[in-house]
Design a protein around this ligand. Structure first.
Ligand SMILES: Nc1ncnc2c1ncn2[C@@H]1O[C@H](COP(=O)(O)OP(=O)(O)OP(=O)(O)O)[C@@H](O)[C@H]1O
Ligand SMILES: [Mg+2]
Length: 236
């Protein structure tokens, strides 16, 4: 059984049809990428899963529960966390305080274990734990955003454009971390415009075009596909 399933999910912003009956499945332990151009509906998909945007029709099933239009706090408590587009760290808070904020729904006694896990995953954050988040480099802020999400110990992590605006070396580092997070037992749904690297680290992928899934396949097959290459590999 899929861990997360979207069934005919439809989302409108007023007269804009952002998602038109999309269907997706993510199995436990997978890394799945959602690829698409600007405005395709990638972030909307993530926000709808999180209950940040209302789902007009269709269903979102997580671990056998119908979580469609659940309040975001309840979605988080069920085990899904979003690391949002644009990182959105709190610039005037220290690295450590940003991390603590990611654990605000966790029992107090488990927070120090989570912090240790995140510092093990991201040693750079430990070195900078007292530094203001706003003074970190772009790559470090992305790591902090992912670390903050991991503080909640999610069963499923949604990552919206983790590579945006970063240099190739840092992007490789971020994807190395994503692989490691999977080995910790977290299932990952990733949104990327940077199709090539995302596919290299994914099991399967879906291609979204103006609110419709136009293709879904194994990541390695997509990497070989002329159609996908032509449409999406110009980006890197
Ligand atoms: N709050 C909103 N109000 C109205 N329209 C919106 C809103 N958010 C997104 N849209 C529209 O919905 C469509 C999908 O947007 P979305 O942000 O999901 O795209 P995306 O695939 O994440 O794009 P990008 O790669 O630029 O992040 C776009 O046409 C966008 O203009
Ligand atoms: Mg987006």
């Amino acid at each position: 059984m899929a861990l997360l399933k979207l069934e005919d999910v439809t989302v409108d912003y007023g007269s804009i049809h952002a998602l038109k009956k999309i269907n997706m499945e993510v199995d436990g332990g997978e890394i799945i990428t959602l690829i698409g151009a600007n405005g395709a509906g990638k972030s909307t998909t993530m926000k709808t899963i999180m209950g940040l945007v209302p789902c007009k029709s269709g269903k979102i099933i997580f671990d056998g529960m119908d979580i469609t239009n659940w309040e975001t706090k309840k979605v988080v408590q069920s085990g899904i966390i979003l690391s949002p587009e644009g990182r959105q760290v709190f610039p005037r808070y220290s690295v450590k305080d940003n991390l603590y904020l990611g654990a605000y729904l966790r029992p107090k006694q488990e927070i120090s274990d989570s912090l240790e896990m995140v510092y093990h995953l991201l040693p750079k954050l430990k070195e900078r734990e007292s530094q203001m988040a706003g003074s970190l480099s772009g790559g470090e802020q992305q790591m902090l955003a992912i670390g903050r999400a991991m503080m909640a110990k999610p069963r499923m992590l949604l990552l919206d454009e983790p590579s945006l605006g970063l240099a190739p070396l840092i992007i490789n580092e971020i994807f190395g971390m994503i692989d490691e997070i999977r080995t910790l037992g977290t299932t990952i749904l990733l949104v990327e415009q940077n199709a090539r690297i995302a596919l290299k680290h994914s099991d399967r992928a879906y291609v979204l075009e103006t609110g419709t899934i136009v293709l879904s396949d194994k990541a390695e097959d997509m990497l070989q596909s002329d159609e996908v290459q032509k449409a999406y590999f110009g980006v890197l």
